[in-house]
Design a protein around this ligand. Structure first.
Ligand code: GLN
Length: 468
């Protein structure tokens, strides 16, 4: 039953010589190769170990938009299908330095644009709770791998919810650190002002351990800050007297089952001596619209580097313009093309003021309203997702699909730390609660999450049915 163990549990077992480092690694290699054919969580597998440290003997996986030297980094895209990395991302390197072993690179929606892995150019990943359903996205491969116990932890990236939303759909913990705490060097850029790497784990303590390991200033990413927050130190301290705000906007039109599950969360945390109040944050209703102007605008600029000349795929043509056009036409999938078109449109001279500029102003407004609420409350809480995992193909209209991110996007727009923790099952499908706080209050976010996790009790793993 090693697959049920947390990172911490495995470290203990190795320390007390119940298991050797090799035994642990081999166990997970075997389990991964057995279950991956069903789940399709990995795009490539490997066994790479570099350093020695407190994570020696611990396997992990990384989303395939992070560079790992001598491995392919496809970003889930045809345009990078054969692209080999020449260096390793800082966050990945920091984990390798501590002795952990990478077992694979996980599936994602192409260039992290999506919420289901259905937009991966290669194949969709299955949700281990129900293989007819999506694992969420875009870090769906990482989430499925952790939920099914193929690896005890994985890294994902979160631009508008891509760590937290799949964590919610797969019944695990997903933590997005404060913008700037973790280096983005070696993470293929989607929307640079929103992207942040974060861990997917089974427990809140594991999220703190991995979060602490990957953070830190990096000369290769000018947006990193010189701050090392001790996420573990006070994680067990009680939260009595804290005040949590539930945005009124989050509770409107909420699905009844989700509402009931969230009510149970509120009752639970009240037993911890925490006050919970509904608070209006009116500009939140614009968050999705603002995100879908800013993120595609940044993406259209970031993705201009994939031109058939510098990276990856090249479709040979007589003229340079022909190479650009044909390579991008063949190499990018439909969702990526939609975002590039949206982005170039909103950035064009005629529409810049009406869309991009306005979106930036509203982004500032959202940030200041959230900051203001966080002056009088310790955290903002609500369900992570409006629904549980949906079936493949169930949501085909892009606008409905974009609404999946309604609760996760505000934390990215405001650069705030945010964690999703499983809060219950609805028809045997998990759903998470999201806890968000002020910039650099990551320790508080995880402390609240940990307190809740303790009264919630152990969350089940999806080991029923075909996955036995
Ligand atoms: N689902 C969102 C999108 O498609 C968020 C993606 C992400 O966080 N990478 O943009």
């Amino acid at each position: 039953m090693l697959f049920k163990k947390s990172v911490e549990g495995l470290i203990e077992a190795i320390k007390h010589r119940e298991l050797s480092e090799e035994e642990v690694i081999e166990y997970f290699v075997k389990r991964s190769s057995k279950l991956n054919s069903k789940l399709k969580a990995f795009l490539s597998t490997c066994k790479i170990k570099k350093g020695k440290g407190f994570l020696s003997g611990i396997p992990f996986a990384i989303k395939d938009n992070m560079q790992l030297e001598n491995m392919k980094t496809t970003c889930g895209s045809r345009i990078l299908e054969d692209y080999g990395s020449t260096y390793t991302a800082t966050a990945v390197q920091k984990i390798l330095n501590m002795g952990a072993t990478v077992l694979g690179k996980t599936n994602l929606d192409e260039f992290a644009m999506g919420s289901s892995t259905e937009y991966s150019a290669f194949f969709p990943t299955k949700n281990p709770w129900d293989v007819e359903r999506v694992p969420g996205g875009s870090s769906g491969g990482s989430a499925a791998a952790v939920a099914a116990g193929l690896v005890p932890f994985a890294l994902g990236s979160d631009t508008g919810g891509s760590v937290r939303q799949p964590a919610s759909f797969c019944g695990i913990v997903g933590y997005k650190p404060t913008y700037g705490l973790v280096s983005r060097y070696g993470l293929s850029a989607f929307a640079s002002s929103l992207d942040q790497i974060g861990p997917l784990t089974k427990t809140v303590r594991d999220a703190a351990i991995i979060g602490k390991t990957i953070m830190g200033i990096d000369p290769n990413d000018a947006t990193t800050v010189d701050k090392k927050i001790d996420l573990i130190d006070k994680i067990e301290s009680n939260v009595e007297g804290m005040r949590l705000a539930v945005p009124v906007e989050f509770m409107k039109d909420l699905n009844q089952n989700v509402k009931n599950t969230f009510k149970k969360f509120i009752e639970d945390v009240k037993r911890l001596g925490v006050e919970v109040e509904e608070v209006p944050i009116p500009s939140l209703k614009y968050a999705v619209a603002v995100y879908y102007v800013i993120a595609p605008a940044e993406a259209s600029s970031n993705l201009s580097r994939y031109d058939g000349i510098r990276y990856g795929l090249r479709v040979e043509e007589d003229s340079v313009a022909g190479i650009y056009n044909q390579t991008r036409d063949k190499g990018f999938g439909s969702e990526v093309k939609r975002r590039i078109m949206l982005g170039t449109f909103t950035l064009s001279a005629a529409y810049y003021d009406a869309y991009f500029d306005k979106a930036q102003k509203v982004r500032t407004k959202i940030k200041s309203e959230m900051d203001e609420v966080l002056e009088s409350y310790d955290a903002i809480v609500g369900p992570t997702t409006p629904v549980t995992a949906f079936k493949f193909g169930e949501i085909s209209n892009p606008l409905d699909y974009y609404l999946q991110d309604i609760y996760t996007i505000p934390a990215n727009l405001a650069g705030l730390p945010s964690v999703s923790v499983p809060m219950g099952l609805i028809d045997n499908l998990p759903i998470g609660v999201q806890i968000t706080s002020k910039r650099f209050e990551d320790a508080k976010v995880l402390r609240i999450a940990r307190s809740y996790e303790k009264i919630r009790g152990e969350f089940p793993m999806p080991i029923g049915g075909e996955l036995k």
